[in-house]
Design a protein around this ligand. Structure first.
Ligand code: ZN
Length: 230
């Protein structure tokens, strides 16, 4: 039997029966995942493993390079997933998760490798600002560091794209949504979190608060106008 089919049979005969109460509840009551994770499609980064998620816990959107196109650029799968997660599921946290040794980020570091892949090249344009930041703001970095720097800056870039989506912007303004930027070091099994206050990634450890890129807090730029009117 094909290996993948064998695994499906194992799911049906072992995994599902041992979790049938949970699946039954989810089928009956629907899903209410607490977070949306946008991660790379890389097979070595498994969002559900990283957050120890059970079925129903995590809404996931994966693509090459953990990219979120800006709202005005594309009506595609990522935009629709983000909108549904915020508007219908009411997720309170969105995590953009990059990783080490990322093929997409290595391609940005070596654009010649994209020849013959017009779709990948066009998709990765959404990461060109990270590529430029890496090229111009890290003059001392060597070639070996380039893909890692782009990957870390790319998480920052995609978080800023996320905020161009009206559903996200409105939930942030209401104080109902926090944004997180994570980076998985595959070789070390370590997850770094972006601290919005310092702008840097730091390891997540049990003795420190979770680094948050943008904490949930009401943001109304027009507060002053309201006060002036009172
Ligand atoms: Zn990747």
């Amino acid at each position: 039997m094909n290996e993948l089919i064998g695994r499906v049979v194992t799911f049906q005969s072992n995994t599902f029966p041992s979790n049938s109460d949970l699946y039954g509840k989810l089928a009956r009551d629907g899903q209410s995942p607490k977070a949306l994770m946008i991660s790379c499609a890389d097979s070595r980064v498994v969002p559900e493993f990283i957050v120890q998620a059970a079925p129903g816990d995590l809404f996931v959107c994966r693509n090459a390079g953990n990219i979120v196109p800006p709202y005005s650029q594309a009506n595609g799968g990522v935009s629709s997933t983000v909108e549904y997660a915020v508007m219908v599921l009411g997720v309170r946290d969105i995590i953009v998760c990059g990783h080490s040794d990322c093929g997409a980020m290595k391609a940005l570091a070596n654009p010649g490798s994209l020849e013959g892949m017009p779709n990948v090249a066009a998709w990765l344009r959404h990461s060109h600002s990270a590529q430029k930041v890496a090229a111009e703001a890290y003059p001392q970095a060597g070639d070996n560091d380039r893909a890692r720097i782009i990957a870390l800056e790319n998480v920052v870039t995609q978080l800023s794209h996320l905020r161009t989506h009206p559903s996200v912007a409105a939930a942030i303004a209401r104080g109902e949504l926090a944004l997180h930027g994570w980076f998985v070091d595959i070789h070390a099994g370590e997850v770094l979190g972006l601290d919005g206050k310092t702008g840097r990634f730091t390891p997540m450890t049990a003795d420190k608060p979770l680094p948050v890129a943008l904490p949930a807090a009401q943001r109304l730029a027009a507060d002053l106008l309201q006060e002036a009117a009172e």
